[in-house]
Ligand binder design. Structure first.
Ligand code: ADP
Length: 386
């Protein structure tokens, strides 16, 4: 057996010889004590704190067990009495339970109630010493957390249900719109097969109809891309962004050649992401950097990878020398169908950056924009590495 520390010995002596030390310990660590005369069970001392916690004036109390038995929840009283009997029979059975009392103002007070029997030389319990700890604040916090969890669950289920509804709706709409658009395109193409039979004005109108059909198809396609991304659980894998960037450059080859764009790509990182969504993200950002170029200036696009926060986040920046975006529009451009240009100036749907933002959200990352009118744009995309 290890020897008692000299301070432990000293403390025991201090508490047993100086009553103020016992009072200090009792008040500092307990919310009331009781001491029951089991040989005269109508007598039970309850400390002032015992009653204060329950909202009662200790001066009005008579130290009669009936006083607390009246305000304890009766189910809990049955459990406490059962434990009391077991403990009296067998000291190794602990008298320890959480019980509820009715506070004077009607609220519930949760108390951890522990006790130990004091026995005579034959082992017969003659007194019972008990201690209360008020757990109401803990219980209330626990109940509030459970309620919040329930509310969150309901909100999550509702959001999921409306996402599903939205997806089904948009899938239906885009599917139902695609076939009439294709039919219109086919009819217009057919009419243009015999251009000699048409006047200049008719040819111009049909051309304009074809452009409109093309624009509608683009809109429907992007809308359906967007709704597929909402609420989708992302299947992630290790993705080499420099490889995906090369594929995007290949896809945009003709735009790059037509505009004489120069691309400088440096240190694109590996990320844990959906390769399909990374391709859509890069495709949108690179094609915007080309589309929104300054008149008479070839696009110069710089893409650079980075990692930060000690390798926890990784991402890339994409910088262009284009027309830039005024600060007042930085939020707007990420909104659904928000465009700063007319379709006949620069074609588009106003969904590209919305899709980019959604992809970043899907990956627990974020997209930021730094830009000013006529000063080019810098988009920063960053993701958690794992
Ligand atoms: P879209 O290109 O189809 O119009 P986006 O959502 O991709 O839709 O972009 C929204 C708007 O943000 C664009 O209409 C354009 O005005 C502006 N924008 C996007 N990217 C750039 C960029 N790199 N430089 C300047 N303006 C941009």
């Amino acid at each position: 057996m290890t020897e008692k520390h000299y301070l432990e010995n000293e403390l025991e002596h201090l508490v047993s010889s100086d009553i103020s030390m016992w009072h200090f310990l009792q008040k500092g660590s307990l919310d009331g004590i009781w001491y029951w005369d089991l040989e005269n069970p109508e007598n039970e001392y309850m400390s002032p704190q015992f009653w204060e916690v329950l909202g009662h004036d200790p001066a009005t109390k008579k130290h009669d067990p009936v006083e607390w038995q009246d305000i304890i929840f009766q189910d809990d009283l049955a459990i406490a009495l059962d434990n009391f009997n077991k403990h009296c029979e067998d000291p190794t059975c602990p008298y320890d339970q959480v019980v509820r009392y009715r506070h004077k103002d009607g609220s519930t007070v949760w108390v951890r109630c522990r006790g130990i029997a004091v026995r005579d030389s034959n082992g017969k319990p003659i007194r019972m010493l008990g201690a209360h700890n008020d757990l109401t604040a803990v219980k209330e916090a626990e109940e509030a957390a459970l309620m919040r969890a329930d509310l969150l669950k309901i909100a999550y289920e509702e959001a999921n249900a409306s996402n599903e509804e939205l997806k089904a709706f948009s899938f239906g709409v885009s599917h139902d719109l695609k076939s009439p658009i294709n039919t219109i395109s086919m009819i217009l193409n057919e009419v243009l097969q015999e251009p000699d039979k048409l006047t200049d004005k008719q040819r111009m109108l049909i051309k304009s109809g074809q452009d409109t059909a093309k624009r509608m198809r683009m809109l429907v396609d992007e809308l359906s891309d967007y709704t597929h991304l909402i609420g989708q659980s992302v299947v992630k894998e290790r993705v080499d962004l420099s490889q995906i960037t090369q594929q995007v450059v290949e896809d945009l080859k003709s735009d790059i050649c037509d505009t004489n764009a120069q691309l400088h790509i440096e240190d694109m990182p590996n990320v844990h992401a959906s390769p399909v969504q990374m391709r859509i993200l890069l495709q949108n950002l690179v094609s915007n950097a080309i589309k929104y170029r300054k008149k008479d200036t070839s696009p110069v696009i710089e893409m650079k990878g980075f990692d930060n926060e000690m390798g926890k986040m990784a991402g890339f920046t994409i910088k262009d020398n284009g027309i830039g975006i005024d600060k007042s529009q930085h939020e707007t451009v990420f909104g659904l169908f928000k465009r700063l240009h007319r379709y006949d100036e620069v074609p588009g749907t106003g969904l590209g950056l919305t899709i980019c933002k959604r992809i970043l959200i899907n990956h627990g990352g974020q997209i930021e924009l730094r830009s000013a009118s006529n000063k080019g744009s810098l988009f920063t995309c960053q993701f958690p590495v794992s």
